[in-house]
Design a protein around this ligand. Structure first.
Ligand SMILES: [Zn+2]
Length: 92
């Protein structure tokens, strides 16, 4: 694995961390700092790997590997003219 981070299940989420590892992942209970800035303790086992991926770590991990992938979501807010200039012409 050439990426400078590893996925680490902790606190009910799959986070990613740049904490150095000897290979094979983080041992359970190891204190690591995640890409999203949390200080957590790594978990191991099958179930933790099924936890939902931390969105912040996912974004940061993708940024690290250079894969800029747009997430599905609401469109950026469009400029809102509001009621400005909405007065209609009147013909009396
Ligand atoms: Zn995270």
């Amino acid at each position: 694995m050439s990426h400078p981070f590893r996925w680490v299940p902790a606190n009910g989420r799959r986070h990613a961390s740049r904490h150095p590892t000897t290979g094979g992942g983080y041992p359970s209970g190891l204190a690591v700092t995640t890409l999203c800035g949390l200080d957590v303790r790594a978990r191991t086992g099958d179930l933790p790997w099924l936890w939902p991926t931390c969105a912040d770590c996912n974004l940061e991990a993708r940024r690290i590997v250079g894969a800029v992938i747009r997430f599905p979501g609401p469109d950026p807010p469009a400029p809102n003219p509001g009621s400005y200039g909405s007065r209609s012409e009147r013909h009396d």
